[in-house]
Design a protein around this ligand. Structure first.
Ligand SMILES: *Cc1c(COP(=O)(O)O)cnc(C)c1O
Length: 269
């Protein structure tokens, strides 16, 4: 990790813990109001931005409160944690799970079993493993291609220059419904540097649209978190992934939840 990747800008300590249904209702209303304001500023329709609450590290009891407050799709960055929660909350029949973190091929089987969406596709090996498992399960899956727009070695995702060839290869995996691109911006308090990551994702998408195979939809841009989603909306986000502003600040820095195992497991291009 480089010293420029301080996660402090995402607001640790800024968001109080939500511990009642009322807390969750209030936080969801507040975040939606921030979404609406950012949309208005950008001349966009708020209906074009989906809020994805991110429940990583949150225990089942509090997730049930969020459900009671209206959450029906939750993002999790670790597959095993998401799968365990899916099993534990199977009684909440209409609660769906979006896996938003890096996937190792040996865990594709789990994702194929339960996930409604996978936002961190970044290798053909994972695409192949997911497709094979999905075919077996008789399911299909909405996927986003993750792009590393910050250039940080600690971040997952394809290098922007590798995305065009990757997209061309995806129609071979018929159980994957490609919806768009996803990124994590630089962790920085400098808004302009964060914004450049989102601009890069949007311009890449616009360029790809001209050559993408017919089966591939690139309508969605998943970008923006608690600390930077207004900037992401100004730059075209259609999905914002928001954890701390809804659930409360996490106790540990994000580096804890984003283990950089890929640095030894799968070197970045
Ligand atoms: C944790 C996480 C988020 C949400 O971050 P917050 O700071 O809690 O809003 C968004 N995207 C990914 C991939 C994450 O792992």
């Amino acid at each position: 990790m480089s010293s420029s990747t301080s996660p402090s800008s995402v607001g640790h300590g800024r968001y109080p813990q939500a511990v009642t249904v009322e807390d969750f209702r209030r936080n969801l209303v507040a975040v939606q109001a921030r979404v609406d304001t950012a949309c208005r500023r950008a001349g966009r329709d708020p209906a074009g931005v989906r809020l994805l609450p991110v429940s990583k590290t949150i225990d089942d009891a509090r997730i049930r409160l969020a459900y009671a407050a209206g959450c029906r799709l939750l993002g999790e960055n670790k597959v095993q944690e998401a799968h365990r929660k899916w099993e534990a909350m199977a009684d909440l029949r209409d609660l769906r799970w979006s896996v938003i973190g890096h996937l190792q091929t040996n865990k594709a089987k789990l994702v194929a079993r339960f996930a409604a969406e996978f936002q961190a596709l970044d290798s053909l090996r994972v695409a192949e493993a997911l497709d094979r498992r999905l075919q077996t399960e008789g399911r299909s899956l909405d996927v986003f291609v993750q792009v590393n727009t910050s250039g940080e070695a600690s971040k997952y995702g394809l290098a922007p220059e590798d995305v065009p060839a990757f997209i061309q290869a995806l129609p071979a995996f018929s159980a994957l419904r490609v919806r768009g691109l996803m990124t994590l911006a630089l962790f920085s308090s400098e808004a302009e540097r964060v914004r450049q990551c989102f601009v890069l994702l949007r311009t890449l998408r616009n360029r790809l649209r001209q050559s993408a195979p017919a089966a591939i939809s690139l309508d969605e841009l998943s970008m923006g978190m608690s600390g930077d989603f207004e900037i992401a909306i100004e730059e075209g986000a259609t999905v914002v992934r928001v954890g701390q502003a809804i659930f409360g600040a996490r106790a540990l820095p994000d580096s804890h939840y984003w283990p950089n195992e890929s640095i030894t497991e799968e070197p970045h291009p």
